[in-house]
Every structure is written in C-alpha cells, then in structure tokens.
Design a protein. Structure first.
Length: 317
C-alpha cells in the first residue's frame, strides 16, 4: 500500500482558453473539475497504474465535501480528516494557441493543532500497512514549516519509508529529517541548493548536495525527464532519464505523475532503470491530457520504451 498525504487539498478547475489575454472576456472551450493537490495527483496516478493506494490529508467545508465526492467518483480510496475551515479552490487556464499556462491558487484553510494531531494519529494507523507514505504539496496557513519534518521523523522511527515533494522552508526542514526519497522539481531544487542548473554537472552537484543535507535518495523532476541519486547497498548511483520533446497539451501535475510511476514500479520490485522509464513515460503521457494526474497507461507504456537512461559518474574534485 502507498499512502499519499495532501494537507492543502483543493477542488481543481482546468480551463482551456484559446488566445487568452488579461483584461478581456473569454469563453472556455473545455473545462475539467477534479479533486486536486499534489498528493491526490500522485494517488490518481497510482490508481491508473493499478497500484494499491489511499489518499489522506485534510478536507473542510463544502469544498472538502466536493473533494471527497470527486475522489469517490474516480474510485480513489481516501481517508481524510475533516476540519472546520474551508478547503481551497485552484484554477488553471491553459492557452493552447500560445502554449501558456496561468495558475491561480487560493491560500487554503486555517488548521488547528488538534486537527493536525488527528491527522498524525490517522497516519500512524495507515502506515502499519504502507510501504511508502508520500507527503506532497504546500502547507496550509498556520501550519509550522517543520510539520513535514516532524511527521517524517515520527514515521521513520516506525520503520516507514517516507517520500517528500514540497518547496521552500518545508522542503529545507523536511530534507534534514532524512526522508527515504525527496522529489523536488528543478525550480524547487535550485532554490534548495541556491543556484540555477544549466547542464548535467549542475544537476549532479545538486543531487549530491541534497543527499548531503539528509535525503537518502533524490529525484529531481522536469516536465518529461529527471535526474536521480539512489543508494543501493553501499553504492551511490546517479541517473538521467529523458525522452524526446513532446508538445504538451497541459503540463500541470507532470512531476506528480512521474513520482507516481516511479513509486509504483519500485513497489512492484522493479529495477531502478525500469522504474525511471515508467516514471518518465507516465509524465510524458500526462502532458498530452487536460487535468493533473491524468494519463493513458497504455500510452505511458509505449512512451516508456522510448525513454533513454544514462548512468552518470560523480563529479570529482
């Protein structure tokens, strides 16, 4: 079982608006509404791959009701803590003409300490049958930046392999808690190590720097590629996995799908090479569809066969 945790869950609305311009009235050509948040996107990807997963987190108010209803409609197992404040709504506007994406996020709910404690109790229970617990996304208002770090330390003491995908100070604190895997996107990783990446050497430096900060394994995601550092027995292995450029319909959630594909393959006991191929193949398939976390598993499998894997050597001084 893989448990995904989304504290800042949302109702996601994705609109396709050709020739979108600020200050003008538009009519969307297509729209899609679904339960959202990075952890939910990961759970959706796992569901499509047939991996046993359960989505957990916080949900409040009528928006929270809508989130849980949408999960039930998709047959995604869920076990959320209900909170008093209202969950957020997020909107993404895709302009296929210009190839642009505009995202608008609400702040999210205010969360009380006792609600967080209830969530931690729930995770203690769910983690008894979990191979991985995935903490994904931003933290709501009033939640301390070190929440993920403390939860990771707690579950790690219980023998749970924790995965972290967030940004900013929660990522910095969380890496220090020595998670099993940390999976930032390129922008988040650049912020963490304090420099931009322009070539393979920059990514290799970042992989090693993040591992030195505490992460056991590191997966830096891009739209349809990734760089990874993994510990196998006493060895450190570094990889680049990529696929030829694909013209995207929408790239929202591609990193979440890449993580889902990678974890699903590792859960099945597949090799690192196969797991990276599946992750990148799923991410590539997801940019061809509207809505985060959505992809055709058959198309993902076809694209995975075209993923190039290169094992990289560490930079020597």
């Amino acid at each position: 079982m893989i448990v995904t945790v989304t504290l800042n869950a949302a109702v996601d609305r994705t609109l396709t608006v050709p020739n979108f311009q600020l200050g003008h009235r538009h009519r969307a050509s297509t729209s899609l509404t679904s339960a959202g948040g990075k952890g939910i996107n990961v759970a959706r990807g796992l569901k499509r791959l047939g991996s046993p997963a359960i989505a957990s987190g916080l949900a409040g108010g009528r928006t929270g009701d809508r989130i849980l209803d949408e999960l039930a409609t998709e047959a995604i197992l869920s076990d959320f803590v209900r909170i008093d404040d209202e969950s957020r709504t997020s909107t993404a506007v895709v302009d296929p003409t210009a190839g642009t994406l505009t995202e608008i996020y609400e702040w999210g709910p205010a969360v009380r300490r006792e609600e967080l404690d209830t969530l931690l109790d729930k995770l203690h229970y769910l983690s008894k049958v979990a191979t991985f617990v995935v903490f994904s996304g931003s933290l709501p208002r009033d939640v301390e930046d070190n929440f993920y770090a403390e939860a990771i330390r707690d579950l790690s003491r219980r023998g749970v392999q924790c995965v972290l995908d967030t940004e900013g100070e929660p990522l910095r604190y969380g890496v220090d808690a020595e998670p099993f895997l940390v999976s930032p996107n390129q922008r988040e990783a650049e912020s963490l190590v304090g420099q931009e990446f322009s070539d393979d050497e920059d990514f290799l430096m970042a992989l090693d720097a993040i591992a030195d900060l505490g992460a056991r394994n590191v997966l830096i995601t891009q739209e349809t590629s990734c760089f990874g550092l993994f510990r196998e027995e006493r060895n450190l292995r570094r990889f680049r996995a990529s696929i030829a450029r694909i013209e995207p319909v929408a790239s929202v959630g591609a990193g979440d799908v890449l993580l889902a594909g990678f974890l699903a393959a590792r859960f099945d006991g597949r090799s690192l090479d196969d797991s990276l191929r599946q992750g990148v193949g799923c991410a590539a398939a997801s940019v061809l569809e509207l809505g985060p976390g959505r992809f055709d598993p058959r198309e993902a499998g076809r694209l995975a066969s075209s993923v190039e894997i290169e094992e990289l050597q560490a930079i020597t001084a």
